[in-house]
Design a binder for this molecule. Structure first.
Ligand code: ADP
Ligand code: MG
Length: 327
């Protein structure tokens, strides 16, 4: 089974950033209000994610590391409207098969925390008592230490850290209610308090996407026919160094979609006569029953039940918002 995990890991775990994504999603699924991320050497040496979520009980700890052990889905119907981010029950098993993984956790009901450690394809999980507040810490050390071929594909520390930062940026843009910290080689790189108000949110956007973006952005917020679109679109006065600053979230999940991209660009072009790719951070809220989320872990695709409706709503909303501010 551990070998199967390693093979599965090939699909999910490509680089440190893919590990981070899974760990942060688990923390969010556990209802964490704060997530602290520590990485060393671009995440190759260490990725540690600490959360103050619900925790895992001692009895469930070893289970959390076994393949297809997910606490998030109990029926096929659940698959229809997947609210939680993870539901395949493969991430921890896969990650632990290509690293040295330690899981420390405590639930509210437990007096003390416990810790479980696994290493590579070694089946035996060692369980021991530990000190930890309510919540969970997952430590992933020496990624790909036992799969040298995979390790060879890793890039420089700087490049891998760039991917980690991008991963955290997406998570932090998607969850204003959660606080995040990111440390690289023990230095704080990003520190984001939960952002309940519009001002807090703009501050977070500034920290993640640059103050220039927010200074040049039009605020979007519109609701109709059961859809809501809100966020920020930068005017052409925003000259970015970043190649593309385009984040579109559907129900908190970052996606890439041609239909959506088209609607945004079309509105931008029609109003501003500008052919550049607009920079934006946008959030679409829809009834989960009207959208299918691609279940593949590395893709970010959606299929809307009524794509045309969604396209037109996005187009019209942005068209109006941009036309209102056009000089
Ligand atoms: P999935 O997220 O698809 O269920 P994972 O392998 O990512 O699968 O996690 C396995 C299980 O471990 C989860 O279903 C959850 O019960 C538990 N778990 C993992 N991380 C956490 C966490 N940070 N807090 C609470 N429970 C967790
Ligand atoms: Mg998961």
């Amino acid at each position: 089974p551990r070998l199967a995990n390693q093979i599965a890991a090939g699909e999910v775990v490509e680089r440190p950033a893919s590990v981070l994504k899974e760990l942060v999603e688990n923390a969010l699924d556990a209802g964490a209000g704060n997530i602290d991320v520590d990485v060393e050497q671009g995440g190759v040496k260490l990725i540690r994610v600490r959360d103050n979520g619900s925790g895992i009980s001692e009895g469930d700890l070893p289970l959390a590391l076994s393949r297809h052990a997910t606490s998030k889905i109990s029926s096929l119907e659940d698959l229809e409207a997947v609210g939680s981010l993870g539901f395949r029950g493969e991430a921890l098993a896969s990650i632990s098969s290509v690293s040295r993984l330690a899981l420390t956790s405590r639930t509210e009901e437990q007096e003390a925390a416990s810790r479980v450690e696994v290493e590579g394809r070694d089946m035996d999980a060692r369980l021991s008592p530990a000190a930890h507040p309510v919540g969970t810490t997952v430590e992933v050390r020496d990624l790909f230490f036992n799969t040298p071929a995979r390790r060879k594909f890793l890039r420089t520390e700087k490049t891998e850290f760039g991917h980690l930062e991008e991963c955290l940026r997406r998570q932090a843009l998607g969850r204003f209610d959660t606080g995040f910290t990111l440390r690289h080689n023990q230095k704080v790189v990003q520190s984001l308090r939960p952002a309940p108000t519009q001002l807090d949110r703009e501050r977070r956007i500034g920290a993640l996407c640059g103050q220039k973006f927010i200074d040049n952005a039009v605020v979007i917020d519109a609701e109709a026919i059961g859809l809501r679109l809100w966020g920020w679109v930068a005017l052409p006065t925003f000259s970015r160094s970043q190649a593309d600053l385009q984040y579109f979230f559907v129900n908190n999940r970052v996606i890439r979609d041609r239909l959506v991209a088209h609607a945004v660009r079309q509105a931008y072009r029609d109003v501003l006569y500008n052919n550049r790719h607009p920079a934006f951070v946008l959030y679409l809220e829809v009834d989960p029953a009207t959208v299918d989320v691609n279940v593949h872990p590395t893709k970010h695709e959606v299929r809307f039940r009524d794509g045309r409706l969604v396209h037109d709503f996005i187009f019209r909303t942005l068209h109006k918002a941009l036309a209102d501010v056009r000089p």
